[in-house]
Design a protein around this ligand. Structure first.
Ligand code: ARG
Length: 394
């Protein structure tokens, strides 16, 4: 008996894969798995209902805690970013694939099936993990293989009795997890098209955001956010709460030109309220406790980390190397950051840490601890080579 494990979102693409796996690819058994990384509960339910209707063996796996602790927190420590995008979809893909591998091992699968197209990054991220952990399993990507159009899919779905929900008629293609929401498709792909208000779900428009600013204090331990206004929160709860607060104040809308892995340049829209707020605070705290060489060098390290995360190379040794450096620095990223949310902006209003490399006594205009007379020699030598250059050039 041959078994295929389908990474199942409940959307149209992956739903048409179910009859296709049976009829075109000849699998005896289709196992579907939906991984909960904080997408809407209604989506998870829809996937379950459709899987039932289509008679698959279905698994829903709650990976929210693991996603927050083992994927989002490392991203925070690395100020996870790729071209202005907080890598929210990118970092969920390896975990989704990891969970699919667990299911595949459990059911003794012969192959995986996923709904990634040939134009996106997700195919790289998902297949890398599957190949790394279960190289003996085949991988089928019908969307990529068959070059399907949406119209054809809807027709095929109707023929095969696949429930087609209202939402597929909508033009936007949406991917959601607790670290962010990505909205693609339709005219949004045009770099010059102004996104309509309707694409946003987690963020209020700055115009409609409360006129009253909202202040809060975010606490960090070892570079990870642990509390809001002194109240300790579990990772998932903290992220959800931040999404709610920052979103309410219109923070987190991101519109970028993005260079996909295969070189396609695309316009992308995201809303990532918690990510924008938490990363702003994290950088502010690092700036207080790290030396200037550490800060300068960590920017390079973070950028490399962001590229690996974007490419889904979650188990790359280079990533481990970078994280050794990142985590060492995070040992001192302990303290609090005061944030103010106001009409689409988040501003750092204060920061404090027991590891602050700041001394009021040294920096203050009113203090004599710092012996200014010692500076004379340092200042006199400053720019020595530049002055010599002027001389030799005449
Ligand atoms: N461009 C982003 C990325 O590559 C978001 C992709 C969203 N994926 C999707 N299937 N809609 O990470």
């Amino acid at each position: 008996m041959s078994t295929v494990v389908l990474v199942y979102s409940g959307g149209l693409d992956t739903s048409v894969c179910i009859p296709m796996m049976r009829e075109d690819y000849g699998f005896d058994k289709v196992v579907t798995c939906t991984i909960d990384v904080g997408q809407p509960a209604a989506d998870i339910k829809e996937a379950e209902d459709k899987a039932n209707a289509l008679g698959t063996e279905h698994y829903t796996i709650d990976a929210k805690d693991e996603f927050a602790r083992d994927f989002i927190f490392p991203a925070i420590k690395a100020n996870g970013d790729y071209e202005g995008y907080p890598v929210s979809t990118s970092i969920a893909r390896p975990l989704i694939a990891l969970k699919a591998v667990e299911v595949a091992r459990k059911v003794g699968a012969d192959a995986f099936c996923h709904g990634c197209t040939g134009k996106g990054n997700d195919q790289f991220r998902i297949e890398f993990v599957m190949r790394a952990l279960m190289p003996q399993c085949g991988i089928i990507a019908p969307m990529r293989e068959k070059n399907m159009t949406r119209k054809w899919e809807i027709e095929y779905a109707r023929q095969k009795g696949v429930p087609v929900s209202q939402s597929v008629e909508k033009i936007w293609s949406i991917d959601e997890n607790m670290w962010g929401r990505s909205i693609e498709g339709g005219r949004l792909e045009e770099p010059d098209f102004v996104p309509p208000e309707e694409i946003y779900k987690w963020t209020r428009s700055p115009q409609d955001a409360p006129i009253q600013p909202r202040d809060l204090e975010l606490g960090f331990e070892d570079g990870a956010p642990v509390s809001i206004d002194g109240q300790t929160l579990a990772p998932v709860d903290l992220i959800m709460k931040m999404n709610q607060i920052a979103g309410e104040h219109g923070v987190g809308r991101i519109d970028v030109m993005e260079d996909r892995m295969m070189g396609l340049k695309v316009r992308e829209n995201y809303e990532c309220p918690a990510a924008v707020a938490i990363l702003t605070a994290h950088k502010a705290l690092e700036a207080l406790v790290s030396t200037r060489d550490e800060i300068r060098f960590k920017k390079l390290v973070d950028q490399e980390w962001g590229k690996l995360a974007y490419e889904g190379l979650w188990f790359d040794p280079f990533k481990e190397d970078l994280e050794a450096f990142i985590n060492k620095i995070q040992e001192r990223v302990i303290g609090t950051v005061k944030l103010r949310f106001y009409k689409g902006s988040v501003k750092v209003m204060g920061r404090a840490s027991k590891y602050a490399l700041y001394s009021e006594d040294l920096a203050s205009f009113d203090s004599q601890t710092f012996d200014q007379t010692k500076m004379e020699g340092m200042v006199a030598i400053h720019g020595l080579q530049a002055r010599m250059y002027r001389e030799v050039r005449g």
